[in-house]
Design a protein around this ligand. Structure first.
Ligand code: ADP
Ligand code: MG
Ligand code: ZN
Length: 630
């Protein structure tokens, strides 16, 4: 609808253009035709002179400044009744002798001026087109500026387009946030700041203006901020840091001003700035000396935060998952002087979060939330909420009364590894994938320090063609060197099986992900954990990810020589583990073949069955199971 107007106007323009030229042509010839209506017959100049000499011409009218003449004369061979005829003659431009001749022969002649009205029309015609064109363009421009995001936006950017959201009542209470007790306790106080500021100002306490929530995505930072506003019963303003950063210089700063203006009008209130690292990165860093626009925005934010008193009832809560990249000016007292860490929940936390989200779900009696919590180490609050929702969807699809354990299991797999695909039909590829997965699983089973196998499956999920699941033992906290080596060996088990069974030339791309993990683990062992012949050295910081704002320039804080020794060590670890994995394949070929046959037939083997089969051929090491208490 919006664009159809433009299309119409655009098609009109060429039509107008053509019309205009036709029109112009019509004007220029009309001046003559109205002069003498019947002068349709043409006569050459030579003929005209002949007629003149022979005295047949009676009168001559000159037009167009003497370039054309309408000649009245007597036709020697009349076609129609009358002998008197009119001819049109084109005169050569230089024929001054003609006038003399006409005078001499006593023929009446008259010179007619160019018709003025024609000229005026011509002039108007010349004007109409540009006027239409300008009007058309103007129209186009007007229209597009009404379309949000259209080019007309350029005229009023940064202005009124308030990108922040305001919720008068969030309706979320602390009860809705679970599993992050420490953070909740810290923030309980903020509610009191908002509700009864006078209690603090009475004793001369300065109320903090800003709180920084730090934690990985999905742990409930936004939820916490909303709960604070909900508990205190104040409006909730939210904006994302990335909304400040725009193409145009000065927009970010003006948005910050807008936001604080609105907040002051609505005090007491809570302002939530999500992803503050988008604006709050260290200034003066980055390739090419930093980003002026971002710095201006950050400066404006700091100015605004200094500009109001703590007791006006505005509290700013910002969230980030990277506190390490923030500008230190943000963390100064009087700004975000409180930092609250919001981490992924532990077993107890997961259980509490599951309880919150199970409130509005129909679970059958057999479902134990505790069992789910045990199965989901590393899940954040968002993952758990998503898990229960997926299970509910599956339950509805299977037309069951309430959620049962199979739905939970499927939902966990889905949240971790993605959507289920259709299994392959029996083929060489399927057998190769089966060998690959059994390779992982058998190494995991036979190494004492590896987590036990939970299940092996050939049902594809997400990117993976087959999967081996292990039961992780997260709550033990620390990981030993032999555990890391066992993990590397098991991760290499897939490729080792491919190579031992099918030969060097047949190995596939299927191991790409495994090898990446292996490289990461081995490198960390050498550079961060001091678990190699290089000795207990930490050569790299916490995050190995390059942060353009800072790390690029100071990336290698060790010498070339050490760097090459690191590479040698990494290769030594990986090489040794790969040899071990291949040896396991060679030593247990019979049981591997049997497991592969079973897996191709059944598509999934669970951990218990897998261990029983392996135990028929060799000794399976006991793995102590760590059962965390709630
Ligand atoms: P973040 O802002 O840290 O990325 P959110 O607060 O947006 O995470 O969390 C997304 C959703 O996950 C929430 O709406 C909520 O349903 C669920 N959730 C996350 N953490 C928790 C928690 N601690 N307790 C209850 N629900 C949670
Ligand atoms: Mg969030
Ligand atoms: Zn693999």
């Amino acid at each position: 609808m919006k664009s159809s107007w433009k299309v119409v106007v655009l098609w009109m323009l060429p039509a107008l253009l053509i019309g205009f030229f036709l029109w112009q042509g019509a004007f220029s010839s009309s001046a003559m035709d109205t002069g003498r209506n019947a002068a349709s017959t043409r006569m050459s100049y030579g003929r005209f002179l002949e007629y003149l000499d022979s005295g047949r011409v009676t009168s001559v009218d000159l037009y167009e400044g003497g370039r054309t003449a309408i000649v009245e004369g007597i036709d020697p061979e009349p076609v129609l009744g009358s002998q008197v005829q009119h001819w049109r003659v084109d005169l050569p431009s230089n024929a001054p002798e003609l006038i003399a001749k006409l005078k001499e022969s006593n023929i009446s002649f008259a010179s007619h001026p160019m018709r003025n009205d024609g000229a005026i029309w011509g002039l108007l015609g010349n004007l109409v087109f540009p006027v239409l064109l300008i009007a058309g363009l103007f129209f186009l421009f007007r229209r597009s500026s009404n379309i949000p995001g259209g080019p007309g936006q350029a005229m009023n950017f940064g202005k009124s387009r308030a990108r922040f959201m305001m919720e008068a009542k969030t309706g979320i209470k602390f009860d809705d946030v679970a599993g992050i007790e420490e953070a909740k306790e810290e923030l309980q106080e903020v509610v009191t700041f908002l509700k009864q500021p006078e209690r603090f100002s009475a004793v001369g306490a300065r109320i903090p203006k800003g709180v920084l929530l730090v934690g990985p995505p999905g742990t409930g930072k936004t939820l916490l901020a909303k709960a604070i506003a909900g508990e205190a019963g104040v409006p909730f303003f939210s904006i994302s840091g990335s909304e400040f950063v725009e193409m145009f210089v000065g927009v970010g700063a003006s948005r910050v001003r807008d936001l604080f203006k609105k907040a002051k009008e609505n005090a007491p209130c809570l302002v939530f700035i999500d992803e503050i690292d988008a604006v709050g990165r260290m200034r003066g860093t980055g390739i090419g000396g930093g980003n002026d626009e971002r710095e201006q925005t950050l400066n404006q934010l700091l100015t605004e935060m200094d500009g109001f008193e703590g007791n006006t009832g505005i509290i700013i809560i910002a969230a980030t998952n990277r506190a390490d990249v923030l500008d230190s000016a943000l963390m100064r007292p009087g700004r975000f002087d409180r930092q609250v860490t919001v981490d992924a929940p532990d077993l107890k936390g997961r259980l509490e979060i599951l309880q919150v989200h199970a409130r509005n779900k129909k679970l059958s009696d057999e479902v134990s939330l505790e069992a789910i919590a045990r199965r989901t180490p590393g899940f954040t609050g968002a993952d758990l909420a998503n898990l229960l929702n997926e299970a509910a969807i599956l339950t509805a699809r299977r037309r069951k009364e309430g959620i049962t354990m199979p739905e939970i299991d499927d939902a966990v797999d889905r949240v971790v590894a993605g959507m289920e695909g259709t299994p392959l039909v029996d083929s060489k590829t399927k057998r190769l994938i089966a060998y690959h997965e059994v390779g992982h699983a058998i190494v995991g089973t036979l190494l004492k320090d590896h987590d036990p196998v939970q299940k092996v499956t050939l049902i594809p999920r997400g990117q993976a063609k087959g999967l081996t699941w292990f039961t992780p033992n997260e709550e033990q906290g620390l990981t030993s060197r032999s555990q890391l080596k066992a993990r590397i060996t098991a991760a290499l088990g897939g490729r080792a099986a491919e190579e031992v069974i099918f030969g060097d030339a047949e190995v596939t791309t299927g191991a790409g992900g495994d090898l990446q993990q292996v490289a990461g683990m081995a490198r960390q062992m050498v550079t961060r954990l001091g678990m190699s012949d290089l000795g207990p050295l930490s050569l790299e910081g916490q995050s190995s990810e390059v942060f353009l704002g800072r790390d690029l320039m100071t990336r290698s804080d060790y010498s070339e020589e050490i760097a090459s020794r690191v590479d040698t060590q990494v290769r030594a670890i990986v090489g040794k583990c790969y040899e071990d994995a291949k040896q396991i394949m060679r030593d247990h070929r019979t049981v591997i073949d049997r497991l592969v046959d079973l897996l191709v037939e059944k598509e999934t083997i669970d951990g218990e069955e897998f261990r029983q089969i392996v135990a028929e051929y060799t000794v399976v090491p006991e793995k102590e199971e760590y059962v965390p208490q709630i």
